[in-house]
Design a protein around this ligand. Structure first.
Ligand code: CO8
Length: 257
């Protein structure tokens, strides 16, 4: 049987994916990323699941791409093996992704956290793009998403020096949403995940899509996208239910329709 590099646990409408290569600090080999992309797609299709959490363990989120796997690769190997293609699949996930980060989130590990929509870190978290120190550079979105998250000058410093950032610095630069004590991380993430899971799923999905468009489109195009998404939500049962429940002063019951 193939090794299980990602362990999935379900808590009602919330799924947790735990990266599982602890002996090598959750180094992201191609099989792990492939499994992760497949699991994410399956959970994205699963109507029971409304929020997906990606996490590591208390010591490490992920220490980056598997350096031993990459060492002998030629550019042609990387292309033929479609080494980075699964990352584009992760980008397409429509449900909210939360990264729960303790310990190192380095290289591809930091890039994986940046693929998520929300990042909650414990006080032990350390973020970095140390690829420069081994002769390469970020390849799974680091130069693009980190720059969008923390701005050009800080991204330059992190990527060109490979220096790590602790959780409080990451918070001050807007890389993460909040820092919590390590033993409270899972609980805090669960509370936040439940809060999102209680919202109408289609509105959540379209709001996520619209926010991500803000990073790609001009303001004019983004505003059009937002307006169309807003109007489209008036075709959903959940829009009717949400507004009716408000008027009737009761809790709404959303169906994702
Ligand atoms: N790849 C492979 N093995 C690793 C990795 C890694 N990235 N990180 C750690 N390990 C292994 C070590 O080799 C060691 O194994 P062994 O016991 O067999 O020697 C084990 O994990 C424990 O590691 P350390 O002994 O080094 O633990 P320390 O606590 O001393 O140090 C560090 C922890 C600082 C995290 C250190 O391990 C380290 O610097 N790791 C490498 C970090 C790094 O350079 N990451 C960037 C990699 S390149 C990258 O991510 C490119 C992304 C672009 C594409 C993404 C595709 C997936």
């Amino acid at each position: 049987m193939a090794e299980q590099y990602c362990i999935v646990e379900r808590f009602e409408s919330i799924a947790w994916i735990r990266l599982n290569r602890p002996q090598v600090l959750n180094a992201l080999n191609q099989k792990l990323i492939h499994q992760l992309a497949k699991i994410l797609e399956e959970l994205d299709e699963d109507e029971q699941i409304r929020v997906i959490v990606i996490t590591g363990n208390e010591q490490v989120f992920a220490a980056g791409a598997d350096i031993k796997e990459m060492t002998g690769a030629t550019p042609v190997d990387l292309l033929v093996k479609r080494y980075l293609t699964d990352w584009l699949r992760i980008r397409q996930i429509s449900k909210p992704l939360i990264a729960a980060v303790s310990g190192f989130a380095l290289g591809g590990g930091c890039e994986l956290a940046l693929c998520c929509d929300i990042i909650i870190a414990s006080e032990t978290a350390r973020f970095g793009q140390p690829e420069i120190k081994i002769g390469v550079m970020p390849g799974a979105g680091g130069t693009q998403r980190l720059t969008r998250a923390i701005g050009k000058v800080k991204a330059m410093e992190m990527i060109l020096t490979g220096k790590l950032m602790d959780a409080h610095e990451a918070l001050s630069y807007g890389l993460i949403n909040r820092v919590v004590p390590v033993h409270e991380l899972e609980n805090e993430v669960m509370v936040l995940a439940k809060e999102i899971a209680n919202q109408p799923p289609l509105a959540v999905r379209m709001a996520k899509q619209s926010i991500l468009k803000a990073l790609d489109l001009s303001l004019e195009e983004g505003l059009h996208f937002e307006q169309n998404s807003f109007c489209l939500l008036f075709a959903t049962e959940d829009q009717q239910e949400g507004m009716k429940a408000f008027i009737e002063k009761r809790e709404p019951k959303y169906k994702g329709r």
